[in-house]
Design a protein. Structure first.
Length: 302
C-alpha cells in the first residue's frame, strides 16, 4: 500500500488551484466566504465553509471538499467521504477529481483496485492539467512501471509550472540513488514556488479572469511568429505555443502536436505528438482527430 502523505507546501499549491474553476460558478467577488478565507490564507476555514455549502446543496465545490477530506484540512481525514465527493465532482466532468479518486484506489485507501485506479488517473492525465499529470506519473513509478514513462508525465507537470511535479521528480531520483538530480529538482521546485508568489496572490489572479485570456493571446503571438506575421525566432514561437498548450488552449495543443510530429523547432517525437493531439481532441479541437490518426500512422510510430 502506498502512503498518503501530503507535504503542506504542496497542499498550499494544490489548494491555490482547486477553486479556480468550480467556485466561479457561484463566487463572482471576494465577498464569497470560501474565496475570502482562501485569500486570507485560511485553508481550514475555507474547507469547512465549502463542506457546509456542498451539504446544503450548493454546487461547485465538490472537488475542493473531497480534497479537504483527503488531506484532513479543516476536518478529520476521511478517504471514503473524499472518494464520494470526488465521484460527485466527476459527474460534472472534473478530471482532476478523477485523478484523485484513482490515486486513492491505487493506494488501497478506498475500494476499486489498483488497475481501475490507474486507468482513471491515466485518463485524467491525458485530458490535461499539471496535477493530474503529476499524480499519474507518481503512480507509475511507485508501482514500478516503466520509469521513462513516469518521468515523461512528471516533466509534463513541471512544464506547466507546477512545483508538485518537480518535488515528485526529486523523490523519484532520490529513490534511484541519483542525489545530484534529486537536489536539482528540489531546488527547481522551491524556485517555482518563489516565482509563483504568495498563496493569496495566486488565488486572486485565478479569480481575476485573466488567466485564460492571457493564455490565448500567448498562443496567438506564437502562431503569428510561425506564420511570418510577427517578428520572432522559431525558439520564441515554440516557447509561446508550449506555454499556451500547457494552459489547455486547444489550438495550441494541436499546434504543438504538429511541431512534435514534424520536428519543427524541436526534436521529432511521435509519442509527444500523439499526446498533444489527444489532449486537443479531448478539449474540442475539430482537427485533432485527423491529426492524431496521422501521428499514429506515421513511419516514426511504427
Amino acid at each position: 500500500m502506498l502512503g498518503c502523505h501530503v507535504n503542506f507546501s504542496l497542499l498550499v499549491v494544490m489548494l491555490a488551484t482547486l477553486l479556480m474553476a468550480p467556485a466561479l460558478a457561484r463566487a463572482e467577488s471576494p465577498t464569497d466566504p470560501v474565496l475570502k478565507s482562501l485569500v486570507q490564507d485560511d485553508q481550514g476555514r475555507a474547507c469547512q465553509l465549502a463542506l457546509a455549502a456542498a451539504q446544503s446543496g450548493e454546487l461547485g465545490d465538490e472537488f475542493f471538499v473531497g480534497t479537504c477530506l483527503e488531506t484532513g484540512t479543516g476536518m478529520p481525514q476521511d478517504f471514503a467521504q473524499a472518494a464520494s465527493w470526488f465521484r460527485v465532482a466527476m459527474k460534472g466532468e472534473d478530471h482532476l477529481a478523477q485523478a484523485h479518486l484513482g490515486q486513492l484506489m491505487v493506494q488501497g485507501l478506498v475500494e476499486g483496485g489498483a488497475q481501475e485506479g490507474t486507468r482513471l488517473a491515466k485518463e485524467a492525465a491525458e485530458y490535461g492539467g499539471p496535477e493530474a499529470e503529476m499524480i499519474y506519473g507518481r503512480l507509475l513509478w511507485r508501482q514500478r512501471q516503466p520509469t521513462e514513462e513516469a518521468v515523461r508525465w512528471l516533466k509534463r507537470s513541471v512544464a506547466s509550472n507546477y512545483p508538485g511535479g518537480a518535488y515528485e521528480l526529486s523523490r523519484f531520483y532520490a529513490s534511484q540513488g541519483d542525489q545530484k538530480q534529486a537536489d536539482q529538482w528540489q531546488a527547481k521546485a522551491k524556485d517555482m514556488e518563489t516565482a509563483r508568489g504568495s498563496f493569496a496572490d495566486a488565488v486572486a489572479f485565478a479569480y481575476s479572469g485573466k488567466t485564460r485570456e492571457s493564455a490565448r493571446e500567448v498562443y496567438n503571438r506564437g502562431y503569428r511568429i510561425l506564420a511570418g506575421q510577427e517578428q520572432g525566432t522559431i525558439d520564441q514561437a515554440v516557447e509561446l505555443v508550449r506555454n499556451a498548450a500547457y494552459q489547455q488552449v486547444k489550438e495550441a495543443e494541436a499546434q504543438l502536436g504538429l511541431m512534435y510530429l514534424h520536428g519543427a523547432g524541436m526534436p521529432q517525437d511521435t509519442i509527444e505528438a500523439t499526446y498533444w493531439f489527444r489532449r486537443a481532441a479531448l478539449h474540442g479541437s475539430p482537427d485533432a482527430k485527423r491529426l492524431l490518426e496521422d501521428a499514429l500512422t506515421s513511419p516514426q510510430a511504427k
